[in-house]
Design a protein around this ligand. Structure first.
Ligand SMILES: *Cc1c(COP(=O)(O)O)cnc(C)c1O
Length: 233
């Protein structure tokens, strides 16, 4: 595991921007409507600093302790931190106290705790509900059937601002299968009351399919920072 040098990171970022631009053009989307969330799990604070130099502002983390250490080191930078990993209920306070966004809310108990524990001095926590679009029993996420009720509850919680939906579909090399999974998430969003502006979908391996189906935020780790040094969930 080698840290990413600044030149390679710059090259990767330029290539990523070009990929997003080409996909947006192909599917008649405006490229500036697709944000890039740099997924920095397992990467060092110095690598995040290099990415910030290139103009990246939003960083996604999966592991609380690791994230907090990096936030501490980088606190003088104006970064936006997104929690994208599974949420244990005993971690909600720390998440509510440190992150700007959470993409992985999938049950009422966690949502209520995040709202209660969000410090009054901070802006409301920006929230996406994670939906299980592939129907695998082991994957996190609320089912499409249970989503409307969860969304209704979250919309009433005073310290959360519901922004949209997130999904991590089963990995597939088949673009049509990728698109079907992302279309399911889009249909879920279309079934909710209007005013939600975020479809958090698409990773290094499937960002074109996600943009085709309306993604507004792609979460990119590998194609920016290189392969991860250890398996991550
Ligand atoms: C790790 C991770 C990503 C980034 O995946 P890459 O394939 O490395 O781009 C995106 N979203 C979530 C939820 C992740 O855990």
């Amino acid at each position: 595991m080698r840290p990413m040098d600044a030149k390679t990171l710059q090259h990767n970022y330029a290539r990523l921007l070009e990929r997003v631009r080409l996909a947006a053009e192909k599917y008649q989307r405006q490229p500036e409507r697709v944000r890039i969330l740099a997924v920095s799990k397992t990467r060092s604070a110095e690598e995040i600093r290099e990415a910030a130099v290139l103009g990246l502002r939003a960083f996604g983390e999966n592991y609380l302790q690791e994230a907090r250490e990096k936030m501490e080191v980088l606190r003088e930078l104006d970064l936006e931190w997104h929690f994208i990993g599974p949420i244990q209920s005993n971690k909600t306070r720390a998440i509510a106290e440190t992150f700007d966004w959470v993409h992985s809310v999938d049950r009422e108990k966690v949502a209520r705790r995040l709202s209660e524990q969000r410090p009054p001095a901070m802006p409301p926590l920006q929230v996406c509900l994670q939906v299980n679009v592939s129907g695998e029993a082991t994957k996190a996420g609320v089912s499409p059937e249970a989503l409307p009720e969860l969304a209704r509850i979250v919309a009433t919680l005073p310290r959360l601002q519901l922004r949209g939906l997130m999904a991590i579909p089963a990995a597939s090399d088949d673009v049509n299968a990728q698109r079907r999974a992302f279309a399911t998430l889009r249909h879920c969003l279309e079934g909710l009351p209007s005013g939600l502006d975020t479809l958090s979908m698409g990773m290094s391996g499937d960002l074109e399919a996600a943009i085709a189906e309306g993604s507004t935020l792609v979460r990119i780790g590998t194609d920016l920072f290189g392969p991860r040094p250890r398996p991550a969930n």
